[in-house]
Design a protein around this ligand. Structure first.
Ligand code: SF4
Length: 480
């Protein structure tokens, strides 16, 4: 346990995130005031012309000091504070973090803003290293991706159009690390029809309200949409076409994530409805790991599903893998990368395992500890190299809280096979109207302001309260 005592209620969230990045295995608490701290204690005092951080509860030693003008803006004060924490802990632990003081999920947004302002690459890199203590490699990666994203988005009317997300919250089983809205399909089979009824009601409302806008991309995710039966999928996709004009849609993705949910009949339904991109996600090609993480399919099933999808004519297939899975070594990652290379997907999304509070992984860690969950520079490098060898380039990047090794998730794709929706949602460039249980709609205004509204996660409640979900959307979409 680590306690941080602060003398003013400010930046608690940022302090927590950065300290946690240094101590991923510890419970970190931030308190304001004079409470006694539990476990290892750090003290941060905001003073008139700067901030001081001490290791230890008592104010005996001087501690580290950073100057900050009394009239500095909030953004500058936050940067100085994070530099102070980073400098102190990095010296104390003799440890560097690849992303430095950046704890937010969208580091590329910073590079993108600077590109738009006309900064050169070298100027951006220098500024990121100086302000955020980011490593040279991560700085270069974020600039490369920001440039690519800017180019990809230049052909899109993302400011006037919008994208549509539809969540299908069912999966064959629940993965160990899952924190999404997902329920085992066996328990919900009889209510899928009710769920689709509710979804159609939401679709009808949005289709009518936003009827004059261009739909740029559609993404059906979850969950695993292909847990639906072929006729249910058919009904869902037909409804999308009924309620929305997809005449100018650039990309229509359906996640077919779990190999054990894919059949030739379902693939044919997807094809019939013009799905342009699917995702078949092995996460790892090691049978033993698949068993540990609760995915009831084999690597062989992944290969079969992939071959089937190619046979049915899908020419844009993504695969997801996760680094840092229980017990996996560099050798395992190398093996997974080699097996994936044999399949030749069109894009590869490389995730660093994230430990989410709502997932079963926490119980697993309580029992087995953290030692078996290792993601390192070397494993990240193996995945990046594999993507490069398949001719792919990095095109989007995001981070999550509590990621193994403090790394990132990176999407790689062959030129022209980028997942446009992924960029739009990660960079918050466009309004995304999200339908279904647990989904979050984000409205992006012309001045960059963002407002959200969410749907309840519980499937039964979503079905029951569908009119209220629509009311929430109405307030957001028709506001101003
Ligand atoms: S497939 Fe995805 S949504 Fe489904 S249980 Fe696994 S992690 Fe969760």
């Amino acid at each position: 346990m680590i306690t941080i005592l602060i003398n003013k209620p400010e930046f608690e969230y940022d302090i927590h995130s950065l300290v946690k990045a240094f101590y991923p295995e510890e419970d970190v608490k931030v308190y304001c005031g004079e409470e006694a701290g539990e476990g290892m204690v750090f003290r941060i005092d905001f003073e008139e012309n700067g901030m001081r951080m001490r290791l230890g509860e008592e104010a005996e030693e001087e501690g580290a000091w950073e100057e900050c003008a009394a009239d500095a803006g909030r953004g500058e004060r936050k940067n100085v504070l994070k530099q102070l924490i980073y400098g102190t802990l990095s010296e104390h632990l003799n440890k560097e973090l690849p992303w430095g003081t950046l704890t937010g999920i969208r580091p590329t947004k910073i590079s993108m803003g600077m590109i738009e302002e006309g900064w050169t690459e070298e100027e951006i890199l220098e500024a990121m290293k100086r302000t955020y203590f980011i490593s040279d490699a991560k700085g270069r990666l974020s600039i490369e991706i920001a440039k690519r994203e800017t180019e990809i988005l230049s052909s899109l009317h993302y400011k006037d159009g919008y994208s549509l997300y539809i969540g299908i919250p069912f999966c064959p089983t629940t993965c160990l690390y899952c924190s999404f809205t997902s329920y085992p399909i066996v328990s919900w089979k009889k209510r899928v029809g009710d769920y689709l009824d509710a979804l159609e009601k939401e679709m009808a409302y949005v289709g009518e309200t936003y009827g004059d806008r261009i739909v740029d991309t559609v993404y059906i995710g979850g969950g695993t949409p292909t847990t639906l039966e072929p006729e249910e999928l058919d009904r869902l996709l037909a409804a999308v076409y009924r309620y929305f004009d997809l005449g100018r849609v650039q990309e229509f993705t359906v996640e077919a994530g779990r190999a054990d949910s894919i059949t030739v009949e379902k693939l044919r339904v997807l094809k019939k409805h013009g799905i342009t991109r699917i995702s078949i996600n092995p996460q790892t090609m090691r049978e033993e790991t698949l068993r540990i993480i609760g995915r009831k399919h084999s690597p062989e099933q992944v290969k079969e599903a992939f071959a089937l999808a190619r046979e049915e004519g899908f020419d844009n297939i993504n695969m997801d893998i996760i680094l840092g899975l229980p017990g996996e070594t560099q050798e395992d990652v190398r093996y997974t990368a080699a097996e994936i290379k044999k399949l030749s997907p069109d894009s590869l999304t490389v995730h660093s395992l994230a430990i989410k509070r709502a997932s079963g992984l926490n119980q697993w860690i309580e029992k087995n500890g953290m030692a078996a969950l290792k993601n390192t520079d070397a494993t990240m490098g193996i995945a990046a190299e594999a993507a490069k060898n398949m001719g792919m380039e990095p095109y989007y990047l995001y981070r999550q809280k509590n990621m193994s090794g403090n790394f990132e998730n990176v999407g790689y794709a062959l030129p022209g096979k980028y997942g446009i929706y992924n960029i739009l949602i990660m960079e918050e460039m466009q309004t995304i109207v999200a339908l279904g249980a647990g989904s979050i709609t984000k409205r992006v205004y012309g001045d960059g302001r963002i407002e959200r509204c969410d749907n309840v996660k519980d499937v039964a409640l979503y079905i029951e309260k569908i009119d209220e979900m629509i009311e929430r959307k109405k307030r957001l979409l028709l506001n101003g």
